[in-house]
Design a protein around this ligand. Structure first.
Ligand SMILES: Cc1cc2nc3c(=O)[nH]c(=O)nc-3n(C[C@H](O)[C@H](O)[C@H](O)COP(=O)(O)OP(=O)(O)OC[C@H]3O[C@@H](n4cnc5c(N)ncnc54)[C@H](O)[C@@H]3O)c2cc1C
Length: 396
């Protein structure tokens, strides 16, 4: 169950205001510089740890803020208006933390969650491999039990927070021959760095940071494991083998709501920029906002942005009530992320040449948006998931 006592409206307002002040004062002025250099914004990451964002969804008994998804998505959407990458640092980390919070043993929660909540240990979710993305059951990374340890061999690709991070929730096969394949899949919590020295642990080969179209600044990369060893009691999530696939896909539901909220942030910013620009840019003796061709665009952008906000609110509310939310999360993820790309593209047209310039924010929104259609389950898969649930329910 995910039932969280919602914080009061006043507390939520105060929290959003403090995030807003930080964005305006510290993040917004440097976002373009870090983004264009594809540089890790170390100081901003530290600020986000201090604001509690690395523990946003971790229960207060472990030092987290224990926010509801409904409050969390508002934070994610607001930050994404300024720079979407910033949400990736703590969201990928929280996906890992939620796996421990939801499925870990008491000893694992007591040991890992306080370190995750403060950002003392920062990490992400290690699912994807060179030959397995959508088809997660096709992963080849293995872990075999040797006494009280697991020995891991394999490699992961496209993992966020893997170059700068310290730890991963790692999806492995403990029984590669199992049929069906998911029965042989297991989730491990694998530290990759010696906390005291910062050096890679034996058996870890940290690969390269991948160059990307957008979502820059944040480290997405590759990592290899060669006879890497971890302590079974602390690393085997829940103390059970064979449940890793369910843990991974359970974690993706909040990931999907989060990605949808990023889409809302991008669409909202692109729309607001377009509205302001359309009122100052003059052609044929009047602001372009007075041309009907531009109004048709703005009307459609506004309606789709608002619909995205409502779908995200709906999915977050369903998540907070507990139970399965792939239907609501899938609809929010698909609609809000397709909208983000459409609205960013339309904003670029409204800005004309300036939309194509690195001196205006539109081109970044346009480059950031497509990731949302790929990550956390592609938008092709979202529609299939929605349809399957729809058919099982017998209608909407
Ligand atoms: C910037 C970035 C950050 C990422 N961060 C992480 C991370 O932190 N951790 C992590 O584990 N992964 C991460 N990923 C990987 C991401 O989750 C995968 O890219 C995604 O799951 C898609 O897998 P794929 O790229 O292998 O595409 P493929 O699975 O090869 O899919 C290719 C195309 O085929 C379609 N397709 C595949 N199977 C079907 C089907 N059965 N029916 C219909 N269509 C289908 C897909 O929709 C897609 O259009 C990240 C990716 C990016 C780009």
């Amino acid at each position: 169950m995910n039932i969280h006592a919602a914080i009061s409206e006043a507390d939520e307002r105060a929290l959003l205001d403090s995030v807003d002040r930080w964005l305006v004062k510290k993040a917004a002025p440097v976002a373009a510089k870090f983004e264009q250099a594809d540089e890790y914004p170390r100081e901003l990451v530290q600020d986000m740890c201090e604001m509690g964002l690395y523990g946003a969804l971790i229960d207060p008994e472990y030092g987290g803020l224990g926010l509801s998804a409904s409050t969390y998505v508002k934070i994610v959407a607001r930050i994404s208006e300024e720079w979407m990458s910033l949400t990736g640092f703590f969201n990928s980390h929280l996906m890992m933390a939620l796996i421990v919070q939801k499925f870990g043993t008491q000893a694992q929660k007591d040991y890992w969650l306080p370190k995750f909540a403060t950002g003392e240990l920062r990490g992400g979710l290690g699912l994807t491999e060179p030959d397995a993305g959508t088809d997660l059951q096709g992963i080849r990374t293995t872990a075999r039990r040797e006494g009280d340890r697991y020995v891991v061999n394999g490699s992961k690709l496209w993992i966020t927070n893997v170059i700068e991070g310290d730890i991963l929730a790692l999806l492995v096969k403990t029984d590669p021959e199992a049929v069906p394949r998911h029965r042989g899949m297991t989730m491990l919590i694998t530290p990759t760095r010696d906390i005291a020295t910062g050096a890679d642990l034996p058996g870890v080969q940290r690969g390269r940071k991948l160059p990307k179209l957008g979502y820059r600044g944040i480290d997405t990369g590759e990592i290899g494991f060669s006879d890497y060893k971890c302590d079974a009691e602390m690393c085997l999530v829940g103390g059970v083998e064979g449940k890793g696939f369910a843990m991974a896909t359970g974690g993706l539901e909040i990931g999907r709501v989060n990605v949808a909220a990023r889409g809302v942030g991008i669409a909202r910013r692109a729309l607001n920029e377009a509205v302001a620009y359309a009122q100052t840019r003059m052609t044929m003796g009047k602001p372009i906002a007075e041309h009907q061709a531009i109004q048709l665009k703005l009307g459609e952008m506004a309606a789709k942005t608002r619909a995205s906000e409502l779908l995200v609110e709906d999915a977050a509310r369903a998540y907070d009530l507990g139970g399965r939310v792939d239907f609501e999360a899938g609809m929010a993820k698909w609609f809000a992320t397709e909208t983000a790309f459409e609205v960013a593209t339309e904003a670029m047209r409204i800005f004309g040449a300036n939309g194509y310039s690195k001196e205006y924010p539109i081109e970044r929104l346009y480059r950031d948006a497509p990731l949302l259609m790929i990550g956390e389950g592609t938008n092709e898969m979202q529609r299939i998931i929605i349809a399957r649930r729809l058919i099982a329910r017998g209608g909407i």
